[in-house]
Design a protein around this ligand. Structure first.
Ligand code: ADP
Ligand code: GLC
Length: 482
């Protein structure tokens, strides 16, 4: 049995702020259990819902030296859908109303503590992974530690590490002195070919330097990050390591995101009856959100973090023009930068009955939007993979996307001459190019409804379950373990 350990800062159903949690909480379930024993370590944040906390059982605790103090490390365990989860407990580091804060030094300390604790609990829980699979900057110190302080321990010898980039934008950067103090690494690690990043220390750079293999969440993003535009100043390192870097596109949990069984939506449907049934979800949502109750209106959805990454500046640029001229409804669910939250609130007020801005987080409403809308807008500036467009495809809600990263790899542009494609896309990061694409989609929707429904047929026939991608991760583990 090959043992794989995921270490991550979030995972469904325990704690989620974005797609990382979806991946961490679903991918391990899809490994072949005859050959792989995959387990997950997460922080036990105070803000995890009581209902989830009640699933955890206290295992043990010990004290670990961290920043010159003896710190409490509690270990809890939970079983969920056949996967063993461990939780690291420490009330000082994992307090707060949200998993993350804006205080960089606090974040660095929290996640270096978490990473060190995650490696330290392994002999105690008697699980010796062949591969430690780290996700994003929060756990990027692990590959470094495995080659540094933990290398001396017999238990850790030969343990391989994988670093998965879900978002290269976030790297865990601060001045060298502080990063050195928090990580406890000696001077030699802060050379330009290691953790030094211009004048700062950079945790993700450490992970990318020391991991035995690197992955990211789509093939296009794996190529893009080797260029200056997307590389966040790590393109040189990523190019140098390109033999060890692979892009494996994300899947989604087809049990959880299934229009046929989804408990959140009023009318279940599938690929054969969506023509009659899907519309009932639109009626329900129009009513719930106070939009004009009209079957014929094309409804476009956005479920997103409201940030520049997600192309929200393009949306805000054409909002007035689009809403004053176009015959559509727009439903937004998201939180993020204040300017965008307020922008959507403003247009909800200005175009009442046509726009619904829901500036909060809701699992339930997100499923309703995926099911009810006709189209889904995701004009990202960059998108390592993106899961929302996969959820939309699954629900027969046609994605309108910018051709970047995983959006390019998963949405096939509609071609009316060949009757091909699962969505609409545009190339340049340009607000009017986006608007023209939205208008092209509107035209097909209103004038060629049968064509539109054929796009839905093709969208619902795509397979972005984990089936194929999980086997690619398994191949990589086999290759690493030998
Ligand atoms: P990212 O991880 O960059 O935010 P993804 O598309 O990979 O983008 O994943 C976003 C995930 O978060 C999806 O599961 C999406 O449904 C969910 N999500 C985003 N915003 C909200 C919200 N306000 N309420 C509920 N779910 C949300
Ligand atoms: C990040 C990316 C997103 C990706 C998700 C899961 O949050 O922004 O594109 O789908 O991670 O890998």
């Amino acid at each position: 049995m090959k043992k794989i350990l995921f270490v991550a800062s979030e995972g469904v159903p325990f704690i989620k702020t974005g797609g990382l949690a979806d991946v961490v909480g679903s991918l391990p379930k899809y490994y072949d259990k005859r050959y792989f024993d995959a387990r997950v370590i997460l922080p036990k944040y105070m803000c995890i819902k009581e209902e989830m906390k009640s699933m955890m059982q206290y295992k043990t605790h010990f004290y670990m030296d961290f920043l010159g103090q003896d710190e409490y490390v509690g270990v809890l365990e939970a079983q969920y859908e056949g996967i063993t989860y461990y939780f690291i407990d420490n009330e000082k580091y994992f307090n707060g109303l949200k998993p993350y804060s804006d205080n960089v030094v606090e974040e660095l300390s929290k996640f270096v503590f978490f990473s060190k604790a995650a490696l330290s609990i392994l002999p105690v829980v008697d699980f010796r992974p062949d591969v430690v699979h780290c996700h994003d900057w929060q756990t990027a110190i692990i590959p470094v530690y495995l080659k540094e302080r933990f290398a001396a321990g017999e238990f850790y010898q030969g343990m391989k590490s994988v670093m998965t980039i879900h978002n290269l934008k976030f790297q865990g950067i601060y001045d060298i002195k502080t990063v050195q103090r928090i990580t406890g690494l000696d001077n030699s690690y802060f050379a330009p070919d290691k953790l030094a990043y211009f004048k700062d220390g950079n945790l993700l750079k450490g992970g990318l330097t020391y991991a035995d293999a690197i992955t990211t969440v789509s093939q296009t993003y794996a190529e893009e990050i080797k260029t200056a535009f997307y590389g966040e100043k790590l393109e040189g390192l990523l190019t140098a390591r390109s033999n060890d870097l692979r892009g494996i596109v994300n899947g989604i949990d087809y049990d959880e995101y299934n229009p046929e069984t989804d408990p959140y939506i009023v009318r279940k449907y599938n690929a054969s009856n969506f023509r009659k049934e899907k519309i009932k979800n639109k009626r329900d949502l129009q009513k719930q959100l106070g939009l004009e109750e009209n079957d014929k209106k094309m409804m476009i959805g956005i479920v997103s973090r409201l940030t520049d990454q997600k192309g929200m500046d393009l949306v805000s640029y054409i909002m007035d023009e689009m809403l004053s001229q176009d015959d559509i409804q727009l439903v937004v669910l998201g939180t993020g930068e204040e300017q965008y939250e307020n922008m959507f609130r403003h247009f909800d007020w200005k175009y009442h009955g046509k726009v619904s801005a829901n500036i909060y987080y809701s699992e339930e409403l997100s499923h309703k939007v995926y099911a009810a809308c006709d189209a889904f807008l995701m004009p990202s500036l960059f998108e390592p993979c993106g899961l929302s467009q996969l959820m939309s495809l699954r629900y027969g809600t046609i994605p309108i996307v910018r051709e970047t990263g995983g959006l390019k790899d998963t949405v096939e542009p509609y071609n009316e001459y060949e009757s091909k494609g699962t969505g609409f896309s545009f190339t340049n990061y340009n607000a009017h190019e986006m608007l023209a694409t939205i208008r092209y989609a509107e035209k097909i929707y209103y004038d060629k409804k049968r064509e539109w429904n054929k796009i839905v047929d093709r969208a619902m026939a795509t397979d972005y379950s984990w089936r194929v991608s999980a086997s690619k991760y398994q191949e990589m583990y086999d290759w690493l373990i030998g």
